[in-house]
Design a protein around this ligand. Sequence first.
Ligand SMILES: Cc1cc2nc3c(=O)[nH]c(=O)nc-3n(C[C@H](O)[C@H](O)[C@H](O)COP(=O)(O)OP(=O)(O)OC[C@H]3O[C@@H](n4cnc5c(N)ncnc54)[C@H](O)[C@@H]3O)c2cc1C
Length: 362
Amino acid sequence: MNNSGSALVVGGSIGGLTAAIALARSGIRTTVLECRETFEGRGGIGVDYRMLCEATGENPDETLAYIYGYRRSTSFNALYAWLAEVGSRVEWLDMRLGVDVTKVYQDDEKAYATTDSVELAADILIGADGYRSLVRSAVNPDRLLTDYAGFMTWRGWIAESALPAETPSPSDDLVTLGYGRQMLVAFPLPGLNNRDMAKGLRTIGFAWHDPTRTKLLEDVGCVADGKILRGLEMDMFPPGLKDEMIATTRRMWPTPWREAIVECFEQDLAFGTPIGNYLPERMSRGRIALIGDAAHAVAPATGQGYNSSVEDAIALRDCARDGVAGAAGPAAMAEFERRRLPAAQELVRWSRQWSRTYAGSH
Ligand SMILES: Cc1cc2nc3c(=O)[nH]c(=O)nc-3n(C[C@H](O)[C@H](O)[C@H](O)COP(=O)(O)OP(=O)(O)OC[C@H]3O[C@@H](n4cnc5c(N)ncnc54)[C@H](O)[C@@H]3O)c2cc1C
């Protein structure tokens, strides 16, 4: 009989799954509540494999395909699939998809997550619900929204085999290019099966930082009063924007990345992410704690958004080592905040500084 206690993790994306695996592997009965029915990641992410191994107890070297940039990069889908597979083998871990949490709260005994149909209780509750976190309402109720950093990132992801036939094969490495204030990071990634790395079978991703689109983001309702409300999908594009993006791509970026980006816009596979910073004043309150983007959203240039949630997962596990039942729950969460808050604040301050330098006055 396990008496280490129980945890609810709200948000079952890459940050939430990593923390859930770490907690469950240390003997805490952990339930992940994710509102999406299926995970659909788009694009790539640089991952610290050593820390991922430390958090999950599994070595990803042979089982999570990657390319080398300045460090290993993989696709969101491959990382998620890897975590889901590891999680499926972990005792004490229950992953529930299609569960939308509408409220969280706590009392002296437990923390609670409410959905339309059911209320769940556990000794601790972890908010891994991203930059628009609901769980923030229980930890930082006065600051619910993420600050807009003054720029956005155009992103896309396409199978290499879908590029026009005459396109030269993209390199094996990540490239970084500039055009005035526009910055492009483009890279090959594992194939659609999350494994293939041979030329022709890979996917191609890009992240194009653009500091000139604040008015667009405000006009379509992605940003208001300096806060981020949502991402920009192509079905929200005003008339003419798709053609403008294709023409701008042809003018700015070299082959073969140009072809990949044009195809992403042509095939409605591109999207925009308003970039934000969230400086945490707290990371826990009582039995409830925040991790990942919910706790400390940062700009992609730091390369640390997910990697810092892996550090959160390791710290959570270590702080919960003696269990979380009863009074041990709030004590473990307070210790987690003590360990992680200074580093998280430093990361966000660096990200804010980078954002100001890049995007201007925001
Ligand atoms: C262009 C770009 C490049 C990046 N590159 C890197 C990189 O190289 N390295 C790196 O470490 N990081 C990088 N990042 C950052 C990284 O992508 C994020 O930090 C990471 O995805 C955040 O993960 P998360 O699990 O905290 O949040 P999310 O991925 O946002 O997940 C939150 C989850 O919570 C679920 N959810 C939300 N509300 C509820 C609810 N009420 N009930 C149930 N479920 C809910 C959502 O459906 C979602 O699945 C990059 C980001 C960008 C934009």
